[in-house]
Design a protein around this ligand. Sequence first.
Ligand code: ATP
Length: 692
Amino acid sequence: MTSEDSRIDWDAYEAELTTDPAPAVAVDDPTTIYQGSRTVRREPILPSWVRSRQAFTSQLSWAFQHAAHASGYHLVRSPWYGIQLTGYSFVGLGRSLLATARWVFDLEASPLRRASVRREESTDYMKLSAQRDSRVRLRVTLALGATVALGVAGIWLANASGLAQSLAIAGVVGLFGWIGRPADKPIVTPAVVTTRVARLTADSVVKALSVLGLAGINQALSKSPNAIGFAAPISRDGAGWRADIDLPPGVTAGDVLERRDRLASGLSRPLGCVWPEPAPHIHPGRLVLWVGDQDIAAAKPAAWPLLRGGQVDAFRPIPFGTDPRGRSVAVSFVYSNMLIGSIPGMGKTFSLRLPLLGLALDPLVRLWAFELKGTGDLEPVAKVAERYASGADDDTAEAALLALRDLRKECQRRAEVIKGLPREVCPENKVTPELARRRELGLALLVAAFDECQELFSHPDFGKEAAELAEKIIKLGRALGVILILATQRPDAKSLPTGVSANVGTRFSLRVMGQVENDMILGTSAYRNGLRATMFTNRDKGVGYLVGASDEPVIVRTYYLDGPTAERITDRARALRLAAGTLTGYAAGQDTAAKPKDTLLEDILTVLPAGEPKAWSEVIADRLAGLRPDVYSGWGAEQVAAALKPHGVGTGQVWGTDPTTGKGANRRGIVRDHVSRALTDRDGKRRRGSAD
Ligand SMILES: Nc1ncnc2c1ncn2[C@@H]1O[C@H](COP(=O)(O)OP(=O)(O)OP(=O)(O)O)[C@@H](O)[C@H]1O
C-alpha cells in the first residue's frame, strides 16, 4: 500500500457498499406465497399489462401494429376481392331470383300439396290451396311493391352523383357476390394466422423429464408415478407456460439444465422455447421450467427503450435486454463493475457496447473505451469517448495500461475530494447523483470499457501490472464513480486475474464451453448452483445469464443494436454533450489516448546520481514522485519494477540503509548501470529505426 492509500480508509469504503441499488427484476412470481406444504397464489387484480407502463405501451403498440398489418394486407388484395365478387355476383343474382320466386309462389309448401293429392285427401288439399292462394296474393303484392321501390331507386340513382352510383353498384355487386360465393372457398383470407401452441401439462412435463436419462428421476418414477411434484399449478406467464417443479430427492435442477436439448425433445418444442431455471433459494431440486410460445432465437428482438430519443440518467439502470418472458432487464453501473464473457462470436462486443451507448446518453458520464482486437467494433463510441484506442498491437495494450494507471490515480484524487467534503454533503463517503452533478468536484461517473481484456491481462510486459491495477480499481473505484466494464473470450486464470473476476458485481455470460469458464464469469459455485451458460447453443447469440443486476440470476437476450444504429445513438449523445459542454478528450479531437513520452529511464538516472551505483526501488519511487509528481505520485516499488520490465531492466537484492530506522537491510532495488545500458540500447534502436 502506498503512502497515498494509507490516508484513505479503503476498507470502510468497501464495507459501506454492501447494497446494490439496482431494482429487483423478479424471476419468480412474487404473488406466490408458500404456506408450508400449501401454495396460495394471489391473482393480480389488474392484468400485468395494465400495471406496467412498458407492458401497456407494448400491448397498445401490438394492437396498433396488428390493425395496421391487417389493413395493409386486405388493401393490397382488394382488387382481387373485387374481381372475385363481380364473378360470383351473377351466381348470387341467380340464387336470389330463384329464392324470391320460391318464396313468392310458396314453392316450399308444394311437397305438402302434392302429398295430399297423392293421398287423395281433398279437404287437406283444399285448405292448402286456399292458404297458397292467399299467400301468393300477398307476396305478389309485396314483390310488386319492392320492384316499384327498386325501380324508383334505379331512376333516382340514374340522376345521382357518380360517387353514389359507384357506391350503389359496389354495394349491389358486393351483396350478390357474397350471396354467390362458394361455401368452401373464402374470398377474404385471414391476415394473421394464429398458431395454437399446445398447453403445457403436468403429464407432458413428467414424460419429458423421464426421457432425460437421469437415473434419480427414472428410479423415483418407477416407485411412484407422483415422484415429480408441482409446487404450483402450471400457469400462463408472459408469452409461455410456467411450471414450478420439485424434482425427486437427489436430483438437482442443474442435472436437468445440462440436458436442456433432451428436455426440449421430450416436450417436442424447439430448443429456444425451453428455459429451465434453478431456484436455489428454495432448494436445489426446485426447477422453474418456462416454455415459451416462440423460439427466443427466432423471435424479433425487442426494441431498445432508449432508441427513440431523450437523455439518460446514468444513476438509473440502463436497459440491457429482455428475459425469455419478454420483460425488460436493466443493469446499473452505479457502484457496480461488469464482466462479460463467452466463446468468440456470441455477442460479447455487442453486450459491452450496449451499456456504453446507454451511458453515452448521459452527457455527464465520462467514457473511456479500449478495444484490443482491432476490429473497430467500438468505433461508434469513439465519437463521445474521452479516451479511445483500438488495435491488437502493443501500443494499444500500453494505452490501456496507462489508462488503468490513470484510473487508479483518479480513484485516489476522488477519495481525497470526498474526504474533504462535509459529512452532511457526503454522509456515506461515496459519489451520489448530487455530487456527480457538481462539475467543480470532478466526480461524474467515469466508465472505462476494455473489450478483449485478455489481450492486456496476458500481455508479457503489461499483464501483471494491469491485473493489479484493475483489481484495485474494481474494489475501490465503484464507490468513487470509477467503473470498469470488461469483456473477454478467454476466461482462464491467466487471462482473467482471479482478483478481478472475484470482485465484479455484475456478470454476464453468453455461451461458454465448460464449468471453469462458467464459474470464472458467473462466480464461484455458479455451475454447481445450476447457473450454466454451457446450456446455450450457437444459435443463442446475445443470450446469456445475467448475475448481480437483480436479486436473482436471469437469462437475458440483449437488445440488438447494429453498427449503423449505434452510430445514430452516438450522434445523438455527441449532440447532447456539445450542448452540455462535456465533449472532451479524444472525441473533442484532443489525443489523450496518446502515450505521454516515456522518460522513465532518463528520470531514474536523474534521481540516481552517478556516485550512487544502486538504490532500493522504494527509494527510487519516492525520488521520482519528487521529480515529477504528475507522473509518478502514488508509485511504489512494485510500479517501478513493472515499468522497468518492458525496458529489460530487472530488480535484484540491494543493500541499503533505511532512512527512518537507520538500519541496513537487503531489499529489492535497481542498479544504475543496468538503467544506463538500457537507455543506450533504446536510443540505438530508435536511431536505427529512424535511419530505416
Ligand atoms: N442480442 C442479439 N440478438 C441477435 N444477434 C446478436 C445479438 N447480439 C449479438 N448478435 C450477433 O452475434 C454476432 C457476434 O457478436 P459480437 O461481435 O458481439 O461477438 P463477440 O462475442 O464479441 O465475438 P468475438 O469474441 O469474436 O469478438 C454479431 O454479428 C451479431 O449479429
